[in-house]
Design a protein around this ligand. Sequence first.
Ligand code: GLA
Length: 394
Amino acid sequence: MHAPDRQKLLSALRTRFREAWGDPAPRCFFAPGRVNLVGAHLDYNGGDVLPMAVDRGVYAAARLRSDGRIRLCSLDQKLVVEVDGAEVGQRTRPEWGWAGYPLGVWHTYGKHTGRHAGVDFVFGGDLPIGAGLSSSAAIEVATAVALDTLHGTGLDRPQLALLAHRAENGFVGLRCGIMDQFASALGRPGQVLWLHCSGPRWEHVPFDGKACEVLVMDTRKPRLLAKTGFNERVAQCAKAHEVLRAQVRDLPHLADYAMHDLELARDAMDDVLYRRARHVIGEMARLDRGVVALRSGDFRALGQVLNESHRSTAVDYEVSCDELDVITAAARACDGVFGARLTGAGFGGCAIALVAPGRATEVAQQVGIAYRARFGTEANFDLLRIGNGPGEVG
Ligand code: GLA
């Protein structure tokens, strides 16, 4: 559990930039990843979520070019992409790999502002990639902030979040909600974002880091089915919503219904749709309890909400897996743990545990032993703090 060295990372980024793209020196930008405390899979259902930006994220070194070429490389990935901006269409291409995210933002930003200058980029970061901590939203928001700053277009943070979200939905093709991009763009130290996704509207709620710490437990199980499984859940929820509208009453979002509405429509849906909707409607009620607990600093009650949320995502929403179930159960069995659940989309990746201050190292050790005994592999543990929002760094 060692915090990475920011200055080292920034200097590696600059060195790589000079090697790859030469002088003059770039400007450097940062956008955070996030963990979501409660509100699993509610954003694309018009519900509320409770994410916090973390003190890890993605760094982008960037410099505008006078032609329309875009060149992208990364400290962590082998693939280097060079493309003429005129060739960047509505959709990413398989050969662009990870670079599809920043290219999508470049494309969307160009459409929005009419600025299509080329850019040289180098990316790096201190978040585990593709593990449910929103590395993709962080790279999108870092790109959006870089373009906005370099061009001096003065977009505000919600606009940057919406641009990033549009890039992921349209260009990359993941039908995600707005949570990750808003959590990254609107992050504030010491505060959790209470985001009402249907507006969107939001407010910040203080999180007392002296009373509770957030331990991230990375199963290191790759989220192979994440994209197809995710889009399938989005489609199932849309179907359940259709049935509720036709059979019970017409409300704008699935998250707006009450449990008794769902019972009235039960015979008109199959068991899978029923359970998906039960998760969404139940999670909205849990979220309300979570906000009350957070506001009153009652981390035991908040932890209980996390435990219930995990059970529902596992049983009704079916986005958990053995690794996430085992790691969260092992955490709950430790002294000083208030609660634990998977974070992000699920299907592998990370879980979080809310832990009493001073207990994290021991909890990580005990959970690590249980995890190794069961799967024969090592999990990773990190104590994350609530971080800054995005901006220029260094
Ligand atoms: C992913 C998506 C988000 C959200 C979560 C699940 O992180 O990108 O929009 O739906 O999964 O809560």
